[in-house]
Design a protein around this ligand. Structure first.
Ligand SMILES: Cc1ncc(COP(=O)(O)O)c(C=O)c1O
Length: 391
């Protein structure tokens, strides 16, 4: 097990606040910020576009970051496209597949809007969308996915872990079921990558989308889309960086990943992401998972013991969603911040259908990362106990 106190030194803001909003975005460690500073101060140039030394160093370090990400997720650099966030990654799939009227998409009720709206919008093109339900704890039965698949199903798109309930899906099984039915599979790994081991080859999915700024500890403005078969998708954008030959008659696209990365990318962000992923690897994702699980389980158990507090999600949840009876979740979050500098998320978590299913006006969500401590859980529990006395 890693030394949490030395890890915390790499996240100076943790001296100021109790940060339990890791499901939204995580803090970025000093070595990753230093790698970005090095880019700005020592060798900033554009990527893949020059023969001079700074351009070469930039390109090498950018591609090195891609290699690290690909290795960490057990996929190839060629299939690892660097994007600005998970939302962009998912939209690239929705916009890149050649849809025909009557094609069919299967998704679930318990998705983030970013894995929901892109499919809803396809209805304008005559694509049918089936939304598979879940139980009250946010669990989706793979058999229900199976039952929803038709011979027109082109894509099944599900999250790996729900951001509202912290429920984990059996994405390997869902992938097998969908591919057997002739469909492709997109896994939204926004809440899994960096929090638990993710092996894209083992999952076998066609597309895997994740932000760089959550469990992977990279900076905001970074995301990843892993594409098994680059021919399955048209690039969303074309332009500089995506082509190797252009005439007045036409153009020839570069192979993947270049054909999917038009224009100047977020070079410092990607370099920071590469270093952040290395940082996660140095600590060990299995140990991170174990640590976060301990905090999550403990926080959920202790919160559920407080009278007037309802905790949602299954027993093996990865985040802790809850409500205090008689209190608006935003008020709970504000009081936790004002009284104890505890940062938690409140509201609909960009997943209105999921929260609506609970019949509440939002939830409070505490979500943990590798740097959180038992003392911070203690403070959360004491803070919520005090709030219940106000309610
Ligand atoms: C499950 C899930 N999918 C997609 C997203 C969107 O991620 P991003 O903001 O990087 O686009 C999030 C963010 O919270 C998420 O939790």
């Amino acid at each position: 097990m890693y030394d949490i106190h030395s890890v915390r030194k790499d996240f100076p803001v943790l001296d100021e606040v109790i940060y339990l909003d890791n499901g939204a975005t995580t803090q970025t460690p000093v070595p990753a910020v230093n790698a970005m500073n090095d880019y700005f101060f020592k060798y900033a140039a554009n990527h893949g576009r020059g023969a001079h030394r700074l351009a070469r160093q930039t390109t090498d370090n950018y591609e090195d970051a891609r290699d690290k990400v690909a290795e960490f997720l057990n996929t190839t650099p060629e299939s690892t496209v660097l994007t600005k966030n998970a939302t962009e990654s998912i939209n690239m799939v929705a916009l890149g597949i050649q849809w025909e009227a009557g094609d069919h998409v299967v998704t679930t009720l318990v998705e983030h809007h970013s894995n929901f709206l892109p499919w809803m919008r396809l209805k304008e093109k005559g694509v049918e969308v089936t939304i598979v339900g879940s139980d009250r704890e946010g669990r989706v039965n793979p058999k229900d996915v199976d039952a929803a698949i038709t011979d027109r199903t082109k894509l099944v798109s599900v999250n790996h872990v729900s951001n509202v309930f912290g429920s984990i899906r059996d994405v390997e099984k869902i992938t097998q079921i969908a591919q057997k039915g002739g469909a492709m599979v997109l896994v939204d790994g926004s809440q899994s990558a960096g929090h638990m081991p993710v092996d894209i080859k083992k999952i076998g999915c066609d597309f895997f989308a994740t932000p760089g700024h959550k469990g992977l500890l990279g900076p905001q403005g970074t995301g990843i889309l892993c594409i098994k078969d680059p021919d399955a998708l048209e690039p969303t954008y074309v332009g500089g960086g995506t082509v190797h030959a252009v005439t007045t008659e036409g153009y020839e696209l570069e192979p993947s990943p270049s054909k999917f990365e038009a224009g100047t990318p977020n070079i410092p962000g990607v370099i920071g992401l590469g270093r952040a992923v290395e940082y996660v690897q140095e600590i060990g994702v299995e140990d991170i998972e174990k640590h976060e699980k301990e905090l999550t389980t403990d926080a959920a158990k202790r919160l559920s013991e407080i009278e007037g507090v309802e905790v949602y999600g299954p027993k093996d949840r990865t985040v802790v969603p809850f409500n205090v009876e008689g209190m608006n979740p935003h008020d709970v979050a504000m009081i936790l911040d004002e009284t104890r500098k505890i940062c938690v998320r409140s509201g609909y978590h960009c997943a209105m259908p999921s929260v609506d299913m609970l019949g509440v006006e939002g939830t409070v969500r505490a979500s943990f990362a590798l740097y959180n401590t038992e003392e911070e859980v203690d403070s959360l529990i004491e803070g919520v106990e005090q709030i219940t006395m106000l309610a």
